[in-house]
Design a protein. Structure first.
Length: 218
């Protein structure tokens, strides 16, 4: 192996990969801004967007079909060369668990690479209710992104709940983008223009009549 090849090999084996999962129903400018902010702040090689297949924590409400949500994420991220999309959770049968996704991703990564799981502060507070949350900090660095109107998590309190979180949590200031997927879904059925979305995603919602009374998810 020559010197140039050795340098390339070392680069590949030490990549920092961001992971941004979510229902993305629909994906909006807030999601994109959070991903780009984390990428720049933490010098991530790329950020992988992972739409949830069957989010068990949201089993009490209707969720748009995975195919539509995946298509919107692909449209929203296509112009950023540092963004990728994975259907790993959509293709996996059964409920969607983050711990399973991290385990599967780690098996496909180059040795020495590190996963950075990007979460909002509200999600950090809900970690205790996730499936096998104790393993998450062992498999990745958790990135807590501050959001408008949401207080920062208490690190000592988090360490008491999850001893493995010590030195495995990074808190960064998120972009001040106050966009809500819930509001977008509500506005889509009326005459209010849809804001906070990439044009391609807005066009897709109108084209497929998503979030209207006429549209029924499987």
């Amino acid at each position: 192996m020559n010197a140039s090849s050795a340098r390339r090999s070392n680069l590949v084996s030490s990549l920092k990969i961001g992971i941004l999962g979510g229902t993305f129903d629909p994906i909006h400018e807030g999601h994109l801004a959070i991903a780009e902010s984390a990428r720049v702040c933490l010098n991530l090689y790329k950020v992988i967007f992972i739409p949830a297949g069957r989010p068990w924590l949201k089993s009490d409400r209707r969720v748009t079909s995975p195919d539509h949500r995946l298509a919107m994420v692909e449209l929203a991220t296509r112009d950023n060369p540092h963004f990728e999309v994975s259907d790993i959770e959509i293709e996996r049968p059964g409920p969607t668990y983050t711990v399973d996704t991290l385990s599967e991703l780690r098996q496909s990564m180059a040795e020495g690479s590190e996963l950075y799981l990007i979460l909002g502060m509200d999600s950090i507070r809900e970690l205790v209710h996730w499936h096998r949350p104790d393993l998450i900090f062992e498999m990745c660095v958790v990135v807590a992104v501050s959001r408008p109107g949401v207080a920062n998590v208490s690190i000592p309190e988090l360490e008491r709940k999850f001893p493995s979180s010590t030195d495995r949590l990074k808190i960064i200031d998120g972009p001040m983008v106050d966009t809500s997927a819930t509001e977008i879904r509500l506005h889509a059925g009326g005459n209010t223009p849809l804001c906070g979305l990439p044009d391609s995603v807005r066009d897709y919602i109108y084209e497929h009549a998503l979030y209207t009374e006429q549209y029924v998810t499987p």
